[in-house]
Ligand binder design. Structure first.
Ligand code: ATP
Ligand code: MG
Length: 326
């Protein structure tokens, strides 16, 4: 299943995604962790030192390889140049599985050892000032979107994405690619205003959104969040000494995480598991086609000089039954 952590800058997206990933690893689950945020901090939050984090390969730099692998022998996608971030898979495309080796993981994923087992980490790569112009920014998260749209993920397999709640994820289809989206919110007006914006976009696409309150200090904070987001509030997390120790470069063993926080993580886990049960592969495929046609029309056709609507394979549904071509 696919899980996103979004929220306002500094709310605790990276912290909570990294704790969730550690919890999954401790439970022995296969995990792909993806850092798709402007601030690339997931590696360090998973315990990598500066040099190790800097050495992670950037997905954004390996787009040609990713595109050429994924398009495989799909006759509707004739070149990497005409493949844009929303190009959907079809007959002949190569698909990704959580538990496999493939050239995309070889090029872009690195194992990170955690208490309980290793996870695969993939990062978009650092965003420079120049990237914040629309086109390049999109091409960085575009690599993630392409991978998500070509990924056949089953129950008990987890793809956890740390990303911003920025408008870029709405222009593309990124925000619809998840079984559940955890919106991390501090108990502040700014924290919940990001929630409202997200909720607004999410509504028309059936995106499942749950709020995880963070840095919550007392009943007053809980009451505030409850009043602002109502039943969307899943759980709240308070200050964690474990997290603080980790930030000092002295991570305790994961089993020493505070009980209340472990309980919160377990709730995220069961919430994600039950969201996966509602996965509708047809709708999932339909939505990727919807965003592809939208992107093709608004910029893709012009940029590539091709009619990108022709890339849509009308008979194709991404699901666990499709066999990847090799
Ligand atoms: N529950 C917590 N207990 C203690 N410290 C926390 C907690 N949540 C977040 N922090 C600290 O708050 C800071 C911001 O958290 P984090 O980096 O996870 O936020 P973010 O939303 O990913 O930020 P950015 O938008 O910069 O990526 C970090 O120093 C982190 O260690
Ligand atoms: Mg972050």
């Amino acid at each position: 299943m696919k899980i996103a952590f979004v929220g306002k800058g500094g709310s605790g997206k990276t912290t909570l995604s990294s704790l969730f990933i550690r919890q999954l690893a401790a439970d022995g689950a296969p995990v792909i962790a993806v850092d798709a945020d402007i601030n690339q901090h997931l590696g360090p939050a998973l315990g990598l030192d500066e040099a190790e984090a800097a050495a992670l390969p950037a997905m954004g730099d390996r787009l040609p390889l990713i595109k050429n692998y994924l398009r495989g022998a799909n006759p509707r996608v004739t070149s990497a140049e005409t493949m844009i971030k929303t190009t959907p898979p079809g007959e002949g495309s190569r698909l990704l599985r959580v538990r496999e080796e493939n050239p995309v993981y070889d090029a872009c994923a690195r194992p990170v050892e955690l208490d309980g087992g290793a996870v695969r980490l993939m990062v978009t790569g650092p965003f420079t000032d120049a990237d914040l112009g629309v086109a390049c920014y999109h091409s960085k998260t575009g690599a993630v979107e392409l991978c998500l749209n070509h990924l056949v993920d089953g129950r008990d397999e987890y793809v956890v994405v740390d990303m911003t709640a920025g408008s870029d994820s709405f222009a593309s289809g990124m925000f619809t690619r998840f079984d559940i989206t955890f919106l991390v919110a501090e108990p502040t007006r700014k924290g919940v205003s990001v929630y409202r914006q997200y909720k607004e976009y999410a509504r028309d696409f059936g995106v499942e959104l749950k709020v995880v309150g963070n840095k919550v200090q007392g009943q007053d904070d809980v009451d505030f969040l409850r009043a602002e987001v109502g039943g969307d509030l899943l759980v709240t997390v308070g200050h964690s000494d474990w997290v603080r120790a980790m930030e000092k470069g002295r991570p305790p063993r994961f089993e020493l995480l505070e009980d209340t926080n472990r309980h919160a993580l377990r709730l995220l886990h069961t919430t994600a598991d039950s969201a996966y049960e509602r996965r509708d592969w047809e709708r999932y495929t339909r939505q990727m086609v919807h965003f592809h046609l939208k992107n093709a029309e608004s910029w893709g056709n012009e940029r590539t000089g091709a009619d990108l609507a022709a890339q849509v394979d009308p008979g194709f549904v991404l699901d666990e039954g499709v066999t990847a071509s090799v």
